[in-house]
Write a protein that binds this ligand. Structure first.
Ligand SMILES: NC(=O)c1ccc[n+]([C@@H]2O[C@H](COP(=O)([O-])OP(=O)(O)OC[C@H]3O[C@@H](n4cnc5c(N)ncnc54)[C@H](OP(=O)(O)O)[C@@H]3O)[C@@H](O)[C@H]2O)c1
Length: 242
């Protein structure tokens, strides 16, 4: 008996993969996760109840196709986790090009907008659902230099999350956020080991965030225990931001 049908975007590696791994231990969950690049589908054969779907969320037709495909297979969609983010390089603002901003905005903001709009139509008919958007602790502190494109895209997603938390709750749809601290994934691999060590040393709990830490918060937001949480942004960073 399936209790929830869940879609995790960008679930082929890093935090998304950990979210899929953790959720798949609940055999009543049916999980779909997206990725965009050929050959990067991730370890779906490891799970009995998780299926990889190729969907480049920069393309509206692929997003609508992905959602309608899941709906025709399962007849419902209960949870959306907007996690996908493309790799990027650091660059000081004075040397930045708009394309670098556009690339991150297209996936983090526009892709999440498209998925959320399509999935919310289904959730409204069902009488409710959960949407969880992955941000970054950088939206809670003075942001670091040289990633204004990433910071801008995540603040935009924070704005969309709050607007939708206010607007969609009348349909029983909650929108919450998780803001992890720095994690060791391919997204952060542009940072030199010394930067990572210094970040861990500066953390009040003397370590970086693990993908397990952040996936646990997502798991909580999906659970019954979080049924009356809406518009909340959970910082998963060992106390770096209070
Ligand atoms: N790593 C950190 O330190 C850190 C800290 C705070 C927050 N976060 C956030 O955590 C989330 C996951 O990051 P991560 O570190 O796990 O990154 P990651 O390991 O690089 O994984 C990114 C995922 O997004 C997918 N993706 C990228 N572009 C896509 C597109 N156009 N369409 C669909 N999927 C796409 C990737 O698959 P393909 O390559 O196949 O497209 C991959 O599955 C992101 O929202 C990130 O901002 C990360």
């Amino acid at each position: 008996m399936i209790s929830k049908v869940i879609l995790v975007t960008g679930g082929s590696r890093g935090l998304g993969e950990k979210i899929v791994e953790r959720l798949s231990s609940n055999s009543t969950y049916k999980i779909y996760y997206s990725y965009s690049r050929e050959g990067s589908s991730g370890p779906s054969s490891r799970y009995n109840n998780a299926t990889a779907v190729r969907c480049d969320q920069r393309d509206e037709a692929q997003v609508t196709g992905c959602v309608s495909d899941i709906l025709s297979r399962e007849g419902r969609l209960d949870v959306l986790v907007n996690n996908a983010c493309p790799s990027f390089m650091y660059c000081d603002f004075l040397n930045s090009e708009w394309d670098m901003f556009q690339d991150l905005i297209d996936v983090n903001l526009r892709g999440s907008f498209l998925f959320t709009r399509e999935v919310s139509k289904i959730m409204k008919l069902q009488g409710g659902g959960r949407i969880i958007n992955i941000l970054t602790s950088f939206v809670l502190n003075v942001p670091p230099e040289k990633i204004p494109h990433y910071i801008t895209a995540k603040y935009a997603l924070l704005g969309l999350s709050k607007a939708l938390a206010a607007e969609l709750c009348k349909f029983g749809i909650t929108v919450n956020m998780v803001s992890p601290g720095l994690m060791r994934t391919s997204l952060s691999s542009y940072l030199p080991p010394k930067y990572m060590e210094a970040a861990a040393a500066k953390n009040p709990m003397k370590r970086l965030t693990s993908t397990e830490d952040a996936a646990s918060a997502v798991e909580f937001l999906i659970s019954e225990n979080a049924r009356f949480l809406n518009g909340v942004n959970i910082p998963v960073n060992g106390g770096e931001s209070f």
